[in-house]
Ligand binder design. Structure first.
Ligand code: SF4
Length: 239
């Protein structure tokens, strides 16, 4: 039963991802949305940031991973868990993530996404209105003057200020993510979102489906057994 529900969630995630691509394409055709977007093949600068996704999307990725990708995912997950153990709060976790964990395990040697057709909504919606250096750099390290110049160069009618990423795609993705979280709540009574590599890895661990079916005690025990009961790694929504 749980396997059938997970399969339905995966189908729904793929449907929502296709819909998001279509909605973003439609947005780009709208008058006034003709902003230059710098994203393209061979640029994985934003893939060194923390990415969150819904459980449904993580399960969809888990279903297509081959052994080499699984090995890379496992190595990255170990780094994430080590980093999480050393951080007391979300702020410390996020600010040190790039240095401690490195790029997404699905980024290939040519800086392309090796699971491109299956990448989560958050990745599809992160579209840069400034050159790639701004995605790979550490904005917190800018001087006051540099930061002011960066902010002054942003088109506030387009970006999710104070970032240089277009706002509309992110809003559309948030709507779709919400729909997936609500679908999971309908099926299981609770929703799960969290760190992308970690959720994909969790979906491949023994006892995963039983833990979902045994919410709340069995699921909490499952998280504890993997030492991942941190709010900045896995977020649980209870209606
Ligand atoms: S899933 Fe793909 S697009 Fe998303 S962060 Fe990883 S490599 Fe980049």
């Amino acid at each position: 039963m749980t396997a059938a529900i997970c399969s339905a969630l995966v189908d729904l995630a793929r449907q929502r991802q296709t819909e998001l691509d279509e909605r973003i394409a439609a947005w780009r055709q709208e008058p006034g949305a003709g902003v230059r977007l710098w994203c393209g093949p061979g640029c994985g600068n934003c893939c060194t940031l923390t990415v969150n996704c819904t459980l449904a999307e993580a399960l969809a990725i888990r279903a297509v991973l081959d052994d080499p990708l699984w090995d890379r995912l496992t190595a990255t997950t170990e780094k994430i868990l080590t980093h999480a153990r050393q951080c007391g709060d979300t702020r410390a976790f996020l600010s040190g993530y790039r240095k401690a964990v490195g790029p997404c395990p699905f980024l290939d040697a040519r800086a392309n996404c090796s699971i491109y057709d299956h990448r989560p909504l958050a990745c599809r919606a992160l579209l840069a209105t400034r050159p790639p250096d701004w995605c790979g750099g550490n904005l917190a390290g800018l001087s006051g003057y540099e930061r002011e110049a960066f902010l002054a160069g942003l088109d506030r009618s387009v970006v999710a200020f104070p970032t240089h990423y277009a706002a509309v795609p992110r809003e559309l993705a948030a709507e779709s993510e919400r729909g997936l979280a609500l679908a999971m709540i309908r099926f299981f009574g609770f929703g799960v979102t969290g760190n992308l590599p970690l959720l994909v890895w969790l979906g491949g661990q023994d006892g995963w489906e039983e833990a979902l079916a045994g919410w709340p005690a069995q699921f909490q025990q499952f998280l504890n057994s993997h030492n991942i009961n941190h709010p900045f790694l896995v977020q649980i929504e209870i209606p």
